[in-house]
Design a binder for this molecule. Sequence first.
Ligand code: WT7
Length: 631
Amino acid sequence: MSEDKTIYRPSQEIVEAAHVPDYDALREEAAQDPPGFWAARAEELLDWYEPWERVLDDSDAPFFKWFTGGKTNVVLNALDRHQRTATRNKLALVWEGEDGTLKTYSYFALNREVCEFANVLRSMGVKKGDRVTIYMPRIPELLMAMLATAKIGAVHSVVYGGFSVEALGERIEDSESKVLITADGGYLRGKIVPLKEIADEALQRCGTVEHVVVIRRTGEPVHMEQDRDYYYDELMALPVARSAGDGSETEVMDAEDPLFLLYTSGTTGKPKAILHTHGGYQVGTATTLKYAFDLKPEDRWWCAADPGWITGHSYIVYGPLILGATSIMYEGAPTYPYPDRWWRIVERYGVTILYTAPTAIRGLMRFGDSWVKKRNTSTLRLLGSVGEPINPEAWRWYHEVVGKGECPIIDTWWQTETGAFMITPVPSFPLKPGSGTKPFPGVQAEVLDDEGNPVPPGEEGKLVITTPWPSMLRGIYKDPDRYIEQYWSTYEGKYLTGDSAKVDEDGYFWIIGRVDDVIKVSGYRLGTAEIESGLVSHEAVAEAAAIAIPDEIKGNVIHAHVILKAGSEGSPELVSELKAHVGHEVGPIAKPTHIEFVDALPKTRSGKIMRRLLKARAMGLPEGDTSTLEG
Ligand code: WT7
């Protein structure tokens, strides 16, 4: 990876039109009183049923509370309030299926369908606080399911459609979901992903779900369990869907009431459910989207992520809807059927802002410039990046070929846990390729050494956030100890991100990567533990260790070391079988690219697998300090 020292300065035109013309000035102003800064945004950007009494309650740190006493519901701001203004006639969503189907929803139409769906869920007995698991392809009903759940005060847990049986079952079980919303299948690269079949298998392994709602996407026949499974279109045709006339009541929530759980991978063990709430989350997503992407009423915003990840929650669903924006959503693969699919979408719908991941950029760059050039992408004015560090080559291609050298690149660093952007430029700010520039106003970040002292400029250390922010996670569902242990125990009073980073002489932050057992594959976050437990659940496997190996397109790929049980022998067939097994249990995204059969794994004297050593060996690098290796 070559370094690029060029500084890219925005044109005068961009600076003048920006919501934030002087980023450093706003950052400084906010740093004087971060809660005051956030409270001003909460007032300016959102409606509240009742105002808050206290902006930040830190009496039980690190269990911080924001806007306590305030009454709200994310749906009040995302849908309800728009029905009273001209926004009701505006497009909320422009959706294109992989097969070319086009569907559009105005704010009015989206609200009607959400109200009806909310009525259906209520009639199924779903109440405030109940959990609902959503396992769906990238279709409009996914948004509606999330919004309908939030509207009635229930808590959604979206499981990405690329996960499979065990991963889904374990998430349903941990969240004790009463209802599962899924689809008969989804399309990816022209093939059908059998979501209902996977869901049926997962439901055999967990026992809390009473009802399953099935959206028809493919129209293929699927098993429907009597008195448990119902087709969405049939439910929506029932009188109960319209029981409340034109609308259905939005549940009035406390600012701190839970909005959703989202499972993500951590250092050890099972994925953890990150908890976000109604109040602060809205403030964080709306403010960051408005400022960092300079969102204006005339924009057509395309966040190309999946709603099943935090990026989609915050920047396909909640952020854009709260701001009354028009969002583009596309169901399928970027290169299907040809590598110009995305550029055709930009052309067809006049996309002005595109937000995606470096892995997708590298994947498209591979096909050369001509695919972009044959489409009219001149509507683009801003480009965004997220998920992993962007290498300078990909940055330049994105900037020069996709953005014609005119679109600032907004490289946003954040996490499932942070809910919203934490380190990001705004369009008026000078850029350095590969750096997310500086912490957002109201956010304070530092890079520390092991003793907790800030490292000098240019040196690597651990990235921490030093003050609370409104969209921060409120904990790990059902596991307060793990919340403290994982995020707040390394440095007293500071939030540990799990990333290493550097700060340069100009105060720009450079993210290096994860320092824990989290692997980023194509921007997807996976735990080594999840991949390993997928492998070990195969009858031939005794023990496994997964590591990340750098890859030009995907950022990283998974390399698994496997010890077989006595009596089993390694073979190319077994390698394929194990890959398929991990695909079936955890999901296609967790499939190792390489599987190596070994007789032993290097461990420390306390029995921890030394993944660092495995990685050095796999990459042919020096082994470093091996003094803790078991003799
Ligand atoms: C991890 C969080 C929240 C967006 C999607 C990922 C890495 C995220 C960047 C960026 C360098 C990045 C970090 C972080 N990451 N954005 N712009 N530059 N690294 O959310 O799945 O919770 O993963 O993604 O390592 O800790 P996530």
